[in-house]
Design a protein around this ligand. Structure first.
Ligand SMILES: C[S@@+](CC[C@H](N)C(=O)[O-])C[C@H]1O[C@@H](n2cnc3c(N)ncnc32)[C@H](O)[C@@H]1O
Length: 351
């Protein structure tokens, strides 16, 4: 088949942008790790030499890194003064760890993807899974730091209020399980906001639970506790609310997990599910968000599910129809989409 030079040029043009972003990933990781973004944001317009002194780094490297950041549009460059600076938006994205727009955690996932590519390549060949726990630890930290921005922006102000009667119940005093809690970011956010309620975070991954305990202690959330437990056998039988944040699709047996939630809830309890935004059909997900999720799903979510019993492998782009079918097969009769953002779908299910 003949190559159409115009279409070839378009594809190559697109790849120039994609390659710049891919090569730039390691530089974002460096900027985050070495405190270059935070220091530049705090210090204001700086030369490479000034930023190097403030961060304790070698000037020649910092100058090269700044060149790459300015070329990417991640920092501004004033050529007359030979100074670099960050706009408030650039600072929000790269330097405000606790803010709603912070992104460098997502780049830790890129590091884990590349380091773990041999594991996933072997899984492609064998058809076996790669357990969540088998990955590079940058995955666990990156997920917690990256997802935190969405939770800070939406969980307390939009998602919980969108669930029928749940906010009032949490204010009055409820018992909540946060299953697949990872580092417990959501557990702690909710615990701090609803001091009358008790929150228990469960995850099968012991190092994540240890980190969650440490973060809860540091933030003074005494009404949050954590235990190592899988989604199908966490203890307790009287929860007002059970929440799954971005983890149902990572499980091998999501129907079994939904059924355990069903059995662990009070009769009028609520199952809250946050899942990646997706349409039901593959062609609905051929967009920039779908591109990000399919990549994560290939490297982390699908292998994680395939490493567990049943190995249903919903994938991160399962979509509402499949999620609803899983939850109903687990015993729930009512299921609805309660809220959404460009990145997430929030569902409410009731017995
Ligand atoms: C993408 S992370 C989400 C972590 C956390 N909920 C958050 O939003 O930051 C998925 C989590 O699900 C946990 N997980 C996977 N399968 C599980 C299972 N069968 N039972 C309990 N936790 C599980 C993993 O250990 C991981 O912490």
């Amino acid at each position: 088949m003949a190559i159409d030079p115009r279409r070839l040029e378009q594809l190559m043009g697109r790849l120039v942008g994609d390659l710049g972003a891919a090569y730039g990933a390691a530089l974002v990781i460096l900027g985050d790790e070495l405190g270059l973004y935070q220091t530049l944001a705090q210090a204001g317009p700086s030369t490479a030499a000034e930023l190097a002194v403030r961060t304790g780094c070698a000037e020649r490297y910092v100058r090269e890194w700044l060149g790459a950041q300015a070329a990417a549009g991640y920092v501004e460059y004033d050529s007359a003064a030979e100074r670099f600076a960050m706009t408030p938006e650039q600072a929000a994205v790269f330097a405000d760890e606790n803010g709603p727009a912070f992104i460098p955690g997502a780049y830790e996932l890129v590091g884990a993807m590349i380091r773990d590519a041999p594991l996933v390549a072997a899984a492609f060949r064998s058809g076996r899974g790669v357990g969540w726990h088998e990955h590079d630890s940058a995955l666990f930290r990156g997920v917690a730091r990256f997802f935190r921005s969405s939770y800070v922006a939406h969980l307390l102000s939009e998602w919980i209020p969108a669930l029928e009667g749940v906010e009032a119940r949490l204010r009055a005093g409820a018992v909540v399980a946060d299953v697949g809690c990872g580092h417990g970011v959501t557990t702690v956010l909710m615990a701090r906001s609803f001091p009358q309620s008790r929150f228990i975070g469960f995850d099968y991954h012991q190092p994540s639970i240890e980190r969650a305990r440490q973060l809860a202690r540091e933030s003074g959330a005494d009404n949050a506790s954590f235990a190592v437990a899988a989604a199908k056998d966490y203890p307790g039988a009287d929860y007002d609310l059970v929440a799954f944040f971005d983890c149902l699709h990572d499980m091998g047996d999501p129907v079994g997990a939904a059924n355990h939630v069903y059995r662990s809830l009070k009769g009028d309890g609520v199952f809250m599910l946050v899942e990646p935004r997706a349409g039901d059909r593959l062609e609905e997900n051929l967009n920039p968000i779908g591109r990000i999720y399919y990549a994560n799903s290939t490297m982390f979510c699908t292998p994680a599910s395939m490493a567990q019993e049943v190995g249903l492998a919903l994938g991160a782009q399962a979509g509402e129809r499949k999620i609803s079918a899983v939850v109903k097969e687990g015993g729930f009769t009512r299921f609805r989409r309660a809220a959404e953002t460009p990145f997430n779908l929030v569902f409410e299910a009731r017995p």
